[in-house]
Design a protein around this ligand. Structure first.
Ligand SMILES: [Zn+2]
Length: 174
C-alpha cells in the first residue's frame, strides 16, 4: 500500500492520492477524505508539539537536501507495520511525500495500543518513529515493556504519550 500527498511552500496539504482513503478507513478515520484535507496544515494531523516540530524539520531537510527517506513503524494492536516515508522537494518549494507499507508481522494483540480501553493517570512514552517504549532509561519493544510493567492483566492501562527515542533523534533529526 502506498499513500501520496503533497504540501505547498507553507506546509499545507494540496494533493492527496494513492490509497489514502483506504488507509484512513483502516485507521478508523474514514471521514478524513482527500477533499477534507486539502488546504489544512500538515502539522495539524500530527499529535504533540515535539512531533509537530520534528515533522517541520523533516520538511525543511527535504527542501534543503532534495530528498529524505525515513523508515518508521505504524503498528496496530495485533500487527507490527514497517513503513517508509520519502520526502522529495517539488515545484514551487512544495514537498511530495510518499509513504509505503513495506511489511506487516502479525502478533498477539497489544492492549496498550487499543484506544478504546480504560486509562489511568500515569504516562508511558512511546517513540513515534520506531514504536519503542521508554522503560526507565531504556527504550524497548512494547512487548517487553508490557511484561516488565505487568500490564497483561492490569485493570487499566497507562496513557500513551508520543515522543522520540535518542537513536531515532540522532539518526533522523541530528
Ligand atoms: Zn525511536
Amino acid at each position: 500500500m502506498k499513500i501520496r500527498y503533497r504540501v505547498d511552500a507553507e506546509d499545507r496539504m494540496v494533493e492527496v492520492g494513492g490509497e489514502w482513503e483506504t488507509f484512513a478507513a483502516a485507521n478508523g478515520v474514514p471521514e478524513l477524505t482527500g477533499e477534507r484535507l486539502r488546504g489544512r496544515a500538515l502539522t495539524s494531523f500530527v499529535s504533540g508539539t515535539e512531533m509537530q516540530s520534528l515533522t517541520a524539520m523533516l520538511l525543511k531537510r527535504a527542501r534543503a537536501a532534495g530528498a529524505v527517506e525515513v523508515p518508521f513503524r505504524c503498528d496496530a494492536p495485533g500487527e507490527r507495520r514497517f513503513l517508509s516515508m520519502s520526502l522529495r522537494r517539488d515545484a514551487d518549494d512544495g514537498v511530495a511525500i510518499e509513504t509505503t507499507l513495506l511489511r506487516r508481522e502479525p502478533r498477539p494483540p497489544v492492549a496498550l495500543w487499543d484506544d478504546r480501553l480504560p486509562r489511568r493517570d500515569d504516562l508511558l512514552v512511546v517513540c513515534s518513529w520506531c514504536k519503542r517504549t521508554r522503560l526507565d532509561v531504556r527504550w524497548v519493544e512494547v512487548e517487553e515493556a508490557v511484561e516488565a510493567l505487568g500490564l497483561f492483566d492490569a485493570p487499566s492501562l497507562p496513557q500513551v504519550s508520543h515522543g522520540i527515542c535518542p537513536p531515532c533523534r540522532a539518526r533522523f533529526f541530528a
